[in-house]
Write a protein that binds this ligand. Sequence first.
Ligand code: NAD
Length: 260
Amino acid sequence: IGAMTGKVAIITGASSGIGKATAIKLAQAGVKIGLVDLKEENAEKTKQVIENIGGEAVITDTDVSDPKRVEDSINQVVQAFGGLDYVFANAGINGKVTSIEEMTPEEWDQTLTTNLKSTFLTTKYAIPHMKKNGGSIVITSSINGNREFKNIGMSAYSSSKAGQMAFGKMAALELSNYGIRVNIICPGAINTNIGKNTFKEKGELKKVQIPVKYPEGNQPLEHKPGEPEQVADLVHFLMSDAASHITGTEVYIDGGQTLL
Ligand code: NAD
């Protein structure tokens, strides 16, 4: 992977899990990082790690489903670092895990807005800053929504993740005009905080069996969920010039989970 020194990246969902690991990985490669998350105090920890290894980061406290705040936050990062080369549209939630019959329209909207509309917003407001010099955008989708449809109760989540795939491919075609590459990653089960952030209410799912927790050992390669750092290695590659001929593609990173 070639040098990335002095480049600028925006990473959403940078306080935790895959976003945090990727922020640290890119900072190690010399990239200046805009850390975007709801949880500013946690992004502070990511920033500390980056500064301890001699990197640079700024935090913007943003809800990625809010158009104005996304636009402002991207502008803040560009103002701080003087440009924008990479975008990791990664923030996401499992949302309410419940049957279609019991899911409220508001719960559906929350998951779709946080995961899918946010991807559109993050891409849209990055374009003006990237169209002159080109760059790379990576979107975090999931095996749920593309290859695996086993988690009953996650219809909204899976729909949002399928939508991100379609959006990423359309964006790759459209933004090729500007030399901007767009690729989609589809992780399997990864060891992050997303499960803890899932909305669960006791007794709500009597009628439906919901495997909220992924069973251990259903990854043939390592017999365990992946680590966020393993996903960060993939994002690092897709951002870099080593992937200069790759756009509009999806990469599954699941330890073989979807082979079963
Ligand atoms: P995580 O919960 O550890 O991190 C997600 C981060 O996104 C959190 O810091 C959270 O505060 C932030 N976030 C949530 N809603 C936000 C909002 N409205 N505005 C700004 N920030 C917001 O989870 P993770 O597993 O690292 O998730 C990252 C991405 O990976 C998500 O899109 C998720 O769907 C996807 N993914 C995760 C797995 C897995 O098993 N962990 C598998 C496939 C895909």
